[in-house]
Design a protein around this ligand. Structure first.
Ligand SMILES: *Cc1c(COP(=O)(O)O)cnc(C)c1O
Length: 385
């Protein structure tokens, strides 16, 4: 049986007519840059995330970069995030000229450890505090970071919070007073990616920044178009971070299905749990659901013994799986200059050695999920005999 990690053709088949209609509309208009489709999508995404504003941009990476620029982060500044994330979270910090500072993740959620954050913040001298400007919590794999303590620390230390919500559109976090907020609605900015493999994927690159702050929104809108305001007059230097009308048109169609697809992912996760528990596979640690609404961009298990052997075994049996991410960012050679060393972030390092993402896309069949769990069981039972 073949079980790809992701099968976008299956999804496309269910929405093809609508997509062809709406893209034809854009072709006929011959308006490809920004325009009414982008504005419509911005309104819908703002509503969906429970935010006042959304600004369409060219990718999730550019969403992070433009948010940092709008926050005034630049040369010599410091920005705090975790070393266990996609490269863009940290790459964009470096591109502003700021220096990334890392805190480790929590072992149960893969997300920023608020205690480690507090410890780092308290360790700063008065001079150091001056140059620390922002925190980027990442809502990894579709589950929100523990935002209450992170927001409290940010307020206490006067830091901007930029949520990396690239993998977490529609995921939710419940505060202690019962208030529930969506990813992207808690910090100053929320950064989303429409890379095709994300839960809401475009037909190419695309991204979005959400914010509740009208001044930030205004700055984002200018920065996305070279900082121009009015046209050809530049009080600031921005870039070309614009979203295409074609991508917006596709995303407007797909957004209508997002909750249904999310349910599919959640049901698949539940079935994995049932089957793994029934199989009593002690060699596999399942992902934990700690926060309110997990949207399962990825279903990532931990395999402490012989993860790479299991990955190869599954690959030979037609099952797609992937390691997100094999090298924590403090160990990447381009960040050698930051001065971090092995063992600085033990949870991130251990996770990089043991994590394995299994297929979780909404259109998976229950037979496919059974097959994946059966094959994992077979791998470990063959090791025992
Ligand atoms: C995908 C992703 C990004 C970057 O998004 P692109 O649209 O690919 O530029 C940033 N951060 C995280 C956590 C991501 O998963």
């Amino acid at each position: 049986m073949k079980v790809p990690l992701l099968d976008l053709q299956k999804q496309y088949a269910t929405i093809k007519t609508e997509i062809l209609e709406v893209t034809e509309e854009v072709f006929e208009s011959q308006r490809f840059i920004m325009g009414p489709k982008v504005e419509e999508l911005e309104k819908q995404i703002a509503d969906y995330c429970g935010c006042r504003f959304a600004v369409g941009v060219s990718s999730g990476t550019d969403a992070l970069l433009i948010s940092l620029m709008a926050a005034g982060v630049g040369f010599g500044d410091r920005v705090i995030t975790t070393p266990y994330t996609f490269f863009a979270t940290v790459g964009t910090i470096a591109r502003t000229g700021a220096r990334p500072l890392f805190v480790d993740i929590r072992d149960d959620t893969f997300n920023m450890d608020p205690q480690a954050l507090e410890k780092l913040l308290l360790s700063f001298s008065v001079e150091e505090r001056e140059i620390v400007k922002a925190i980027i919590p990442v809502h990894l794999y579709g589950q929100c970071a523990d935002m209450k303590p992170i927001m409290e620390l940010a307020r206490q230390f006067g830091l901007t919070v930029i949520e990396d919500a690239a993998q977490a559109i529609g995921s939710e976090y419940q505060f202690e007073d019962g208030v529930i907020k969506r990813a992207g609605a808690m910090g100053e900015c929320g950064c989303f990616s429409f890379f095709p493999s994300k839960n809401l994927g475009a037909f190419g690159d695309g991204g979005m920044v959400t914010t509740n702050d009208a001044e930030i929104q205004e700055r984002l809108v200018k920065l996305r178009n070279h900082g121009a305001s009015p046209k050809y007059y530049h009080a600031m230097v921005g870039g070309n971070f614009r979203l295409d009308a074609l991508q917006a048109a596709v995303l407007i169609v797909k957004l209508r299905y997002l909750d249904q697809w999310t349910r599919g992912r959640q049901e698949n996760a539940a079935l994995y749990r049932t089957l793994f528990e029934a199989a009593g596979l002690e060699e596999v640690r399942l992902p934990e659901e700690k926060e309110w609404r997990h949207i399962y961009n990825q279903f990532v298990i931990r395999v402490p013994e012989n993860r790479d052997g299991l990955k190869a075994f599954l690959g030979e049996r037609g099952i797609g799986c992937e390691i997100y991410y094999p090298v924590p960012l403090h160990m990447q050679s381009c960040f050698k200059g930051l001065g971090y060393e092995k063992n600085d972030f033990p949870v991130s390092e251990r996770t990089a050695e043991t994590s394995l993402a299994l297929p979780i896309f909404p259109e998976l069949t229950s037979e496919q999920i059974h097959y994946v769990v059966d094959m994992i069981g077979q791998f470990f039972s063959s090791k025992k005999t």
